[in-house]
Write a protein that binds this ligand. Sequence first.
Ligand code: PRP
Ligand code: MN
Ligand code: MG
Length: 180
Amino acid sequence: MQNDMQEILFSEEMIQEKVKELGEVISREYEGKNPLVICILKGAVMFMSDLVKRITIPLEMDFMAVSSYGSSTKSSGVVRILKDLDTSVEGRHVLIVEDVIDSGLTLSYLRDSLLQRKAESVRIVTLFDKPHRRTIDIRPDFYGFTVPDKFIVGYGLDFAEKYRNLPYVGVLKPEVYQNK
Ligand code: PRP
Ligand code: MN
Ligand code: MG
């Protein structure tokens, strides 16, 4: 365990097992639909790359980078598109891949924007869900784990851009935040 970590909440094994289950469910749900699977950078990058390896049907991948303004531990609800899709979503079955849903503002904005662009369907898979943090009513169609209202890092999730590369997810020691 890295020195800055206080506690591991989800081990590498737990995450990989869950990703495999989600891949199986999604493979069944999207049989024959050639889904466009969209990774929301940067947080979802680890989940995306592991998940698509567990999806056994044909699919296409695209990437979108969005970021919410504001401090690094809270999202403000203002969403910026930093990189848009290369692919047209018109008539496509779209699956948005996220690492975590917190307030729900990022996904609410994204889903509306993809529906406006005439996607045939838009569904959401998130590895982590923080339902008690929601300020807008949005629910994932598929999720891995419900998490307590704690600031978690690892497996794509960052604090001030760090810790994304950890293969597990946990909580940092309080002094790590104070030193920022
Ligand atoms: C984080 C996270 C989600 C979003 C969730 O991304 O990866 O995309 O916030 O928050 P919300 O439900 O309150 O909108 P962030 O904006 O930090 O960008 P990143 O993925 O590049 O870290
Ligand atoms: Mn993100
Ligand atoms: Mg972030």
